[in-house]
Design a protein around this ligand. Structure first.
Ligand SMILES: [Zn+2]
Length: 269
């Protein structure tokens, strides 16, 4: 019995600290994107219930970055990539219903196109408490670009969103999670506070990289509960998978960009 007690005490402090920054893509039954990344409305509603039941405050990324502190349960940030129409049709009403805010990473180059958000929809969401950040101007691999093109992608997207919506854009999430030091430096030079990557781990305050945890169609309520709790095992499983796949994918990207299909880099698009 003593051994069991000891092991429990030993395990308890291993729960990971830091905010859980979740990243979603499509929400809805009939999304246009990759079905592996599309969660249903029922799934998202279940996740929002789980977060509430766990007592996790839902905070904006700016609070994650500045260090929310003080809560009994670790903070959660809800982020949505790609700016698809489903953000407005499905995610936004569910977030409103649950009284929480979401942070939407959009490509200004896609806004207004069929299947994507429009600027008026984004303005309505902003007025209701949602936030908007940059997913680059276009949905392209940033590490492949020349310095001038890279600067345009990070700077023009920031300015365009700020001009259209009148909000501060402080975070960049590179498309496909395609991030290196050059992209991070370009983003910081353009005035972003931090860059989001797709390395599944809780996020620490004040870092120039915000780690996010991808939510997939296959993510079960049990796995999400463990991720929210900070159980290291599901995090380690994801990190090991990325550590194996990421260098291989980067090598393919640098040698044969033409081989790449969407969402190839890290699994998170
Ligand atoms: Zn994307």
């Amino acid at each position: 019995m003593e051994a069991r007690g000891l092991s429990r005490r030993a395990i308890a402090p291993l729960g990971l600290g830091g905010a859980r920054v979740l990243v979603y893509h499509d929400v809805g039954e009939h999304g246009d994107g990759d079905p592996r990344y599309a969660v249903t409305r029922t799934q998202l509603a279940g996740h929002l219930d789980q977060i509430r039941r766990g007592g996790h405050p839902v905070v904006p990324l700016a609070r994650v970055w500045s260090g929310p502190g003080g809560q009994a349960a670790p903070a959660v940030a809800l982020t949505f990539d790609d700016g698809r129409a489903s953000d407005y049709l499905h995610a936004y009403p569910l977030l409103l219903e649950h009284g929480v805010m979401g942070e939407f990473f959009v490509n200004p180059g896609n806004i207004g196109r069929a299947g994507y958000l429009s600027w008026p929809e984004a303005r309505e969401m902003l007025r209701a408490g949602m936030r908007f950040q940059s997913h680059a101007h276009d949905h392209v691999y940033l590490t492949l670009l020349s310095a001038a093109s890279l600067e345009r992608q990070v700077l023009d997207s920031k300015r365009r969103i700020e001009d259209e919506l009148g909000c501060a854009v402080q975070f960049l999430a590179p498309p496909y999670g395609d991030l290196n030091r050059r992209v991070r430096q370009a983003a910081l030079a353009a005035g972003y506070q931090a860059v989001c990557n797709s390395w599944d781990w809780p996020a620490r305050a004040g870092r120039t990289t915000v780690t996010r945890v991808a939510v997939y169609a296959r993510t079960t309520p049990e796995e999400l509960a463990r991720l929210l709790r900070g159980d290291p095992l599901p995090y380690l499983r994801r990190v090991v998978r990325s550590a194996v796949l990421y260098p291989a994918k980067r090598a393919v990207l640098s040698l044969r960009p033409g081989w790449l299909t969407d969402r190839f880099i890290t699994g998170a698009a």
